[in-house]
Design a protein around this ligand. Structure first.
Ligand code: FEO
Length: 163
């Protein structure tokens, strides 16, 4: 399939950015585990697995349209936070950046009347709406408990149930 060069380049970059997202969330899982918040850590490990699945969708699509997938170096991550609210605010900000990139990809696909890529990207448009909604809700909950131990304990337990 012929594809616009800029779009191809950005699809390649998004493949790597999804892997980088997983890397970042795994770092967040490590941050939480280091503070004995094993439910929050579990939540971010599951989030990292999801990012790997997202990357695989780009991997499969690039292969399907006949392009060898590129593997750039992925940046390391070691985030520090003052509070768990800040941790979840950082995750929300990251998801907003993913959304911005997905929308940019869609804009280029639309401008090029690339219907197969638009169809492929539609799944991510919905996914990003759900991701932002989920992290918005969690930021509100963490703000609500104001880092009090009892609230943290309950939220940690709640997040340990994520599948
Ligand atoms: Fe794949 Fe959470 O963005």
């Amino acid at each position: 399939m012929t594809i616009n060069n800029e779009l191809l380049e950005k699809l390649q970059k998004q493949f790597a950015f999804e892997l980088e997202s997983g890397y970042i969330y795994l770092d967040y899982a490590g941050y939480a585990a280091d503070r004995d918040m094993n439910g929050i850590s579990h939540f971010f490990i599951e989030q990292a697995k999801e990012e790997y699945e997202h990357a695989m969708k780009f991997f499969d699509y690039l292969n399907e349209i006949g392009h060898r997938v590129e593997f750039p170096v992925i940046n390391g991550s070691k985030a520090e936070f003052e509070t768990f609210t800040e941790l979840f605010e950082a995750a929300l900000a990251h998801e907003k950046e993913v959304t911005r990139r997905i929308h940019e990809l869609m804009d280029i696909a639309v401008a090029n009347k690339d219907y197969p890529t638009m169809d492929f990207l539609n799944w991510f448009i919905t996914e990003q709406r759900e991701e932002e909604d989920s992290f918005n809700g969690l930021v509100a909950k963490f703000k609500g408990i104001n880092e009090k131990f009892q609230g943290l304990y309950l939220l940690d337990k709640e997040l340990s149930y994520r599948e």
